[in-house]
Design a protein around this ligand. Sequence first.
Ligand SMILES: [Zn+2]
Length: 331
Amino acid sequence: MDRFIESLPKTETHLHIEGAIPWELFELRFPGEFPKVPEFRMPDFRYDDFQQFEKILISHALRVIKCPDDYAEVAKMLFAKQLSQNISYVELSFHAGMIEFLKIRGEDIIQAIRSVVPDGLDVRIFMGMSRDSYTSFLGPLLEEAVENWEGLYGIDLHGPEDLPTKDWMPRLWSIAHANGRILKAHAGEFGSAQNVKWAVEKLGVKRIQHGIHASSDETVLDLLAEKGVVLDLCPISNYKLRVFDNWDDYPIRKFLKKGIRFTISTDDPFSFGNCLNDEYKYLVRYMDFSASEIAEIAKTGFDTADLQDYQKKESMNQIDHLLSLEEGNRL
Ligand SMILES: [Zn+2]
């Protein structure tokens, strides 16, 4: 099964670049300063809370990322790792707050990432922002971004869900939509099913990042199924951040039963020490997923992807072919 997972063509559609700095880059840039495997990257490690996670991530990310060229260096290493796992389509976000903090241009971040996309990988770039990102500095830039920035594929709502929602959010999401950008929002990770409902109804998103707590409200689950919303799930992130207690509590089978579509991603592989193959392997190990269920998730990724029909078909046919070989081996 491990080999089957590794060989499958895959997509990754929930990934934060500041949380995806390869550990090797720290070893390369700061020889001898960092351990081979820090405690927080060990498989059994779980964070005490979101604050601890944020603190570790931000303090490390700011050591490496200071200018657009650093984004390019991180992206280049990250993309090589993705290709080696047979990932051929990626949706990646950078955090808008970095524009204000580092005083760099958002368009330059996008350009830097785009400049290192290798052959064989299609990359779509999102800008993420928190509920408190609309500052006097950043607000006008966010408006300009959704109207005019070339190469900005979409926007995403990041950060703590307990901050109040503000009027600028539905407005900005609607301008982004009118300009052909794809809309996402993190919701139902630490927040309630009502946050998921709000994101779908008020922001108009068809892509929810996480959405785990939608599982506590049947009417919200019905809404997701009815509107064809896709959840970009990150099981290992949710486990390590204690979004749920035990794997038995992870509601992925509930989503499956309700006909809700979902994909699988790593979220912040720097913080969790995970890779996409691990995510799939965990579904097999802890939730008893079959080869055909695994194949279905990979196919949903391509179905959701912004690719030409022939590209989608090619990948899906390859998945079907690998599945038939895997099932043949099991007979
Ligand atoms: Zn995320």
